[in-house]
Design a binder for this molecule. Structure first.
Ligand code: NAD
Ligand code: DAU
Length: 366
C-alpha cells in the first residue's frame, strides 16, 4: 500500500491522476496539496473528497516546512509533483509566477522530501516523481528526429525554461543527495477537466458559445497529442517499474498541425448537433444552432511570440518498459467533446469567473 502526496491534484492532469489512482488502487492513501490558483478547481476532485477517498490540503509547494510536516504526519512514501504554472501564453505575460512555483516550488518540495525522508539509506521504498514536459527540448525543424531522453535541453519560453530548470534541480538532488527521483517529459495532454485556456477545451467552449476559434499564425505548428488517461498510466508504470534516477519521454505518437486539430473538433461538434436536437436549445449561440458550420468560427490571429514550431516525442524507451498509448486521437477527441457537452456546469463556472478577464485581455491584444 502506497501513501501518496499529489501536488497540483486540483489541476487538469493532477485531478485525472487522482481519479485514476483511487479507482486503480483504492486501498492507497492519497493526499492532495494544491494552492488553488486560477487553474486549480476543487470541483474536479470534489466527489473524491466528499467520499473521503482522498484528503485535500490547501497549500503551496513553496512552503517547505509545512510540506515536510505534512509528509511526516501522513508518512508519505511517494510524491508526484504536478503543481506548476502550466500555460505558455501566461508565462509570456508574467514569467515571475512561473519561476516561483516551477523552480523555487520544486526546490522547496525536494527539500521537504529530503527533510521528511532522512538519510539516503532509508529511501528504498520511496519515490519523488517530477512531472515535466517535452517543451524543455525546444522546437524541431521538419526533418529533425523526435525528442529522445538525450536530446539537449533548449527551452524557448519562460514556461519551458522554468520546467527545464526544475528538471535540472530534481536531477541534481538525486545525484547529490540521493533523493529517489524520476522525471517524465510528456507531450500535449487533452481530456476531461482541462482548463479552457488550452487549445482543445478553448475551442470546444468557444464553439458552444459562438465565439471565434483563435488560430495562432498560420496554424501549422505541430504538437504530439496524448489522452490524459494514458499519461496517468505512464506515470503509474514509472512509479512501479522505473529505477530511480531515470527520465522518461511520454508521447502519443500522433503529431498533427494545430489547424487540423481545430477542424477535427469543429467536425465533432457539428456531428453531435446533427445527432442531438437538444443541443440547439442548450447552445443557441453556437454556429451549428444557426445552421452554420463550426469551421466558420476559425480565425487566424497574431502568433504567440517565440512560438515553437514542432514537437515530436520518441517514446521507444518507455515502450520498452511496457507503455502503449491506448486511446487513439479519434476516440480521445470524440470522448473529450462529449465530456464538455455533458459537463457544462464545470466549465461555465470557470468561464463566468476569473478566466473571462484574462480571455478578454488576450482578445484585446490580438
Ligand atoms: P494545470 O495548470 O491545469 O494545474 C496546475 C495545478 O497546480 C493547479 O491545480 C494549481 O492550483 C496548482 N498549483 C499551482 N501553483 C501551485 C503551488 N505553488 N503550490 C501548490 N499548487 C499549485 O496544469 P496541468 O496541465 O495539469 O499540468 C500539470 C503538470 O504537468 C505541470 O507540471 C505541467 O508542466 C506538466 N505537463 C502538462 C502537460 C499538458 O499538456 N497540460 C503536458 C506535459 C506536462
Ligand atoms: O507539450 C506539452 C505542453 O503542452 C505542456 O507542457 C503545457 O503545460 C501545455 O500547456 C501545452 O503547451 P502548448 O503551448 O503546446 O499548449 P496550448 O494548448 O496552449 O497550445 C497548443 C498549440 O495551439 C500551440 O501551438 C499554440 C496553439 N494555440 C493555442 C491556443 C490557446 C492556438 O493556435 N490558439 C490558441 O488559442
Amino acid at each position: 500500500m502506497k501513501r501518496l502526496l499529489v501536488t497540483g491534484g486540483a489541476g487538469f492532469i493532477g485531478a485525472n491522476f487522482c481519479h485514476y489512482w483511487s479507482a486503480t488502487y483504492p486501498a492507497d492513501r492519497v493526499v492532495v496539496l494544491d494552492a488553488l490558483t486560477y487553474a486549480g478547481n476543487l470541483a474536479s476532485i470534489g466527489e473524491l473528497v466528499q467520499q473521503q477517498r482522498l484528503r485535500f490540503v490547501h497549500g503551496d509547494i513553496c512552503e517547505r516546512d509545512r510540506v515536510a510536516g505534512l509528509m511526516r504526519e501522513e508518512s508519505i512514501d511517494t510524491v508526484v509533483n504536478f503543481a506548476a504554472e502550466s500555460h505558455v501564453d501566461r508565462s509570456i505575460e508574467d514569467p515571475q509566477s512561473f519561476l516561483r512555483t516551477n523552480v523555487m516550488g520544486t526546490h522547496a518540495l525536494l527539500e521537504a522530501a529530503r527533510s521528511a525522508w532522512g538519510p539516503a539509506a532509508d529511501r528504498g521504498m520511496r519515490r519523488f516523481h517530477h512531472v515535466s514536459t517535452d517543451e524543455v527540448y525546444g522546437s524541431l525543424s521538419p526533418a529533425d528526429p523526435a525528442f529522445t531522453e538525450s536530446t539537449p535541453y533548449a527551452p524557448n519560453s519562460p514556461y519551458s525554461a522554468s520546467k527545464a530548470a526544475a528538471d535540472h534541480i530534481v536531477r541534481a538532488y538525486a545525484h547529490t543527495y540521493g533523493v529517489p527521483c524520476t522525471i517524465s517529459n510528456c507531450s500535449n495532454n487533452y481530456g476531461p477537466y482541462q482548463f479552457p485556456e488550452k487549445l482543445l477545451p478553448l475551442c470546444i467552449v468557444n464553439l458552444l458559445e459562438g465565439r471565434p476559434l483563435p488560430i495562432y499564425g498560420d496554424g501549422l505548428q505541430i504538437r504530439d497529442w496524448l489522452h490524459v488517461g494514458d499519461h496517468c498510466r505512464a506515470i503509474d508504470l514509472i512509479l512501479r517499474a522505473s529505477p530511480v534516477g531515470e527520465t522518461w519521454n511520454v508521447g502519443g505518437g500522433s503529431t498533427e498541425p494545430n489547424i487540423r486539430i481545430v477542424e477535427a473538433v469543429c467536425d465533432l461538434v457539428d456531428a453531435a448537433f446533427r445527432r442531438r436536437p437538444d443541443l440547439r436549445q442548450r447552445f443557441p449561440g453556437s454556429a451549428p444552432a444557426q445552421n452554420r458550420s463550426s469551421r466558420s468560427l476559425m480565425q487566424h490571429v497574431r502568433d504567440r511570440p517565440g512560438h515553437d514550431r514542432r514537437y515530436a516525442v520518441d517514446g521507444s524507451k518507455i515502450a520498452r518498459l511496457g507503455f502503449v498509448a491506448q486511446t487513439s486521437p479519434a476516440a480521445g477527441f470524440a470522448a473529450t467533446v462529449h465530456w464538455y457537452l455533458e459537463n457544462e456546469r464545470w466549465w461555465r463556472d470557470i468561464v463566468s469567473g476569473a478566466y473571462r478577464d484574462w480571455y478578454a485581455r488576450q482578445y484585446a491584444a490580438s
